[in-house]
Write a protein that binds this ligand. Sequence first.
Ligand code: FES
Length: 375
Amino acid sequence: MAEARWYDLGTVEELKKQPLQQIAVGRNRIALSYRDGTFGAISGLCNHAGGPLGEGRLDGDYVVCPWHHWKFHARTGEGEPGFESDCVPRYDLREEDGRLLVNLTPATRRHKNPHEPHPLARRPERAPGPVRVLGISTTAMDPQFPRYSTSEALLETALAAAGGRGAETRLLRLSDLRFRACEGYYSKSAHACTWPCSITQMDPEDQMEAVYEGIVHWADVILVATPIRWGSASSLYFKMVERMNCVQNQVTIGNRVLLHNKVASFIITGGQDNIQAVAGQMLGFFAEIGCLFPQFPYIAHSRGWSAEDMEHNIEYVRKSATLHDGARALVTRAIDLANVLLAAHQDPDRVERAGRKGCPAALPEPPAAVAAAVE
Ligand code: FES
């Protein structure tokens, strides 16, 4: 039997004041709870991705992890009903002269049930075949009552041209997908923002998976079309890119590049102005996740501030041979670059980008025990 290692946590009176707290003792992290007159001590490291259990909350007898809400019994360490065997270590406690002592030798062992990895978690590998062009329409239309979208119309023209050049094409309309807004897991901890996205893993109803599958695993060319709304890309565009934080985060925290040989291009249309600012944002974001761009990577249309005749916008775009030719030429440039990249077989998994790791002011990495808990 392992030797007991009793450690004085402090006065009972003081420790009673918080229903749940995370206590560090050397390399140990302990989630100490106090409920209905009873203390409980379990490991402070969650089985899922190493979340700090003691910084979560109590739900009855269960500690709820603050990162992705897995639950463990506050006194036994067992998983919630149905998942009891997925458990974290429990520690023995004793009170002595008004003080609370914990035995740092765990009374039970950690056990993680095997979980099938999410299908998106597979290594991105390009299957043989012709160039693949993914069109993403970000206009916010009611799918029940579709109407003409200038950005989507030009996207459809581009995809038809891509098909004519022998490319495989797919069109995703974000307005057809039901997906949740990013909840900023990154702000809880860099390691709480997981790949695949925590929401995707937790919520089977969430349909962002189609976008991840298309961008990370399928496409060679990503062609994003957006209207201009108040000088910016559409709200659905931003809802999508916020959810793609998990792709960029893999580079930030693990120097793991998920996107290989991807070319991004953009179609931007609006009644008024700000095309260059919209393009700048889109170029910046897609550069951050590792995309490359053809020469002249976007086409755009705006009637401008002075015209202010948005009712003519649709008519203009519908009839503009220049814009439709431009859409065809844009996707041709993107496909040509994709073919060059595919032929070059450059496929870096890692990149030096002078980010988080190189910054002396960066917060310390999580304790080694966290890394060990994250498998
Ligand atoms: S639920 Fe605890 S780390 Fe994910």
